[in-house]
Write a protein that binds this ligand. Structure first.
Ligand SMILES: NC(=O)c1ccc[n+]([C@@H]2O[C@H](COP(=O)([O-])OP(=O)(O)OC[C@H]3O[C@@H](n4cnc5c(N)ncnc54)[C@H](O)[C@@H]3O)[C@@H](O)[C@H]2O)c1
Ligand SMILES: [Zn+2]
Length: 360
């Protein structure tokens, strides 16, 4: 087992990464929990695969375990599911010494985290992420929340977990498409600040995608450490944390423009990262070789690297979020300056449309 510390003063916590860690969750939680009651929030897909192992580990360490099952899917990251969690917590008379456990992907993690942030004005919770995306991204940093019919993640809170337990072995059952989509965030950490991670991916991509556990542990550990370092400096996203959105300005627009049905998040971000690298090259920030390395790694991972021809660049730019625009209508864009560093640059919508329309 390897550990990364997230240093946030009294909100500090550990991220443990390793193969087979699900069976040690009880023991690890014991080190940080105050009470004995635990409620696990999960969905039927993950419950079937991993609840029994988690439950027996928690019970071995003396916890009293209950669970709430929410329907699987992003469309259920809503008030109705949240309300179902509250009902269960009230029924079980959970108090502020009790712990909520999020067992699942980012949907479960975000929702359970928000339930923990708000129930009794805040009870402890831990993350046991089971998708690659959740392991390297959503379980770390304390962004929690649910969707509103008018937009994603419109309701939420910053609320840090007490512990993150990452069992890399659970990725064995993750559908390949989900695994590959999660790799987009890993590639992102390489581009924005971790050239060693990028090298490691270039050298070992095939073994990583076939789930070599020692390599996976290294890659996930580095990603978590990279995110932790950014969150430590800017917990509530006043400025620096925005670099985690590299590739996301175009990625998010692509997801929303296609109604969240055509692309998984990581797929849209992969296209967004290649476009961001192309824009960075056009602005003179990124050299040709780095651009080629980024494009090649993304394609080799099995991620899309090009904007599909049927996407209208103008429509896409119109769907870019308003909060990213300045008073003159320019968009704050995260560029890369090669592999391993970024800078901000303000671009007009026209400049982005032009960049999107060309693959050069
Ligand atoms: N809080 C943050 O900082 C943050 C960051 C990025 C994304 N997110 C959020 O994360 C969500 C997406 O998360 P996701 O990509 O993990 O999707 P997800 O939670 O929907 O999981 C994807 C699918 O995989 C299944 N699954 C999970 N683990 C499995 C396993 N080990 N084996 C087999 N199947 C498994 C799930 O049941 C689901 O069907 C979005 O709601 C997004 O807004 C949050
Ligand atoms: Zn993302």
């Amino acid at each position: 087992m390897e550990t990364v510390a997230v240093n946030l003063g009294e909100r500090s916590y550990s991220i443990h990464v390793g193969a087979g860690l699900l069976a040690r969750t009880g023991e690890l939680l014991r080190q940080v929990a105050r009470g004995d009651k635990v409620t696990v929030v999960t969905n039927p897909t993950v419950e079937r695969l991993y609840f029994a192992a988690l439950e027996s580990s928690l019970k071995r360490s003396g916890f009293k375990v209950a669970s709430v099952l929410l329907p699987d899917g992003e469309q259920h990251k809503n008030l109705e599911s949240l309300s179902a969690v509250y009902d269960q917590l009230v029924r079980q008379r959970l108090d502020r010494q009790s712990t909520l456990v999020a067992l699942g992907g980012g949907v479960i993690g975000d929702l359970a985290g928000f339930a923990a942030a708000t129930f009794l004005r805040g009870i402890p919770y831990i993350q046991v992420p089971t998708t690659l995306l959740a392991q390297v991204d959503s379980s770390i940093g304390g962004k929690t929340g649910i969707n509103h019919a008018q937009g994603k993640n419109l309701i939420g809170a910053f609320y840090q977990p007490r512990l993150v337990v990452i069992d890399v072995s659970v990725l064995q059952t993750l559908p390949k498409r989900e695994l590959v989509a999660g790799m987009a965030e890993v590639v992102k950490y390489g581009i924005i600040g971790d050239p060693e991670l990028f090298d490691l991916l270039e050298k070992n991509l095939d073994a990583i995608l076939t789930l070599d556990e020692p390599l996976l542990t290294r890659v996930i550990l580095s990603s978590c450490a990279d995110k932790a370092r950014v969150v430590e400096q800017d917990e509530r996203e006043s400025d620096l944390r925005a670099i985690l959105n590299f590739g996301h300005t175009i990625g998010h627009a692509l997801e929303s423009f296609t109604g969240y049905e055509r692309f998984l998040h990581g797929e849209a971000v992969a296209i967004g990262m290649v476009k961001a690298a192309l824009i960075s090259r056009a602005q003179g920030f990124c050299d040709e070789r780095s651009l080629a390395r980024i494009r090649t790694l993304i394609s080799r991972a099995g991620l899309p690297a090009e904007m599909p021809p049927d996407i209208d660049p103008r429509g896409l730019v119109q769907s870019m979020e308003l909060d990213k625009k300045s008073s003159e209508g320019k968009i704050k864009f995260i560029c890369c300056t090669g592999v391993g560093a970024t800078r901000f640059h303000w671009l007009s919508p026209e400049e982005i449309v032009t960049a999107l329309a060309s693959n050069q």
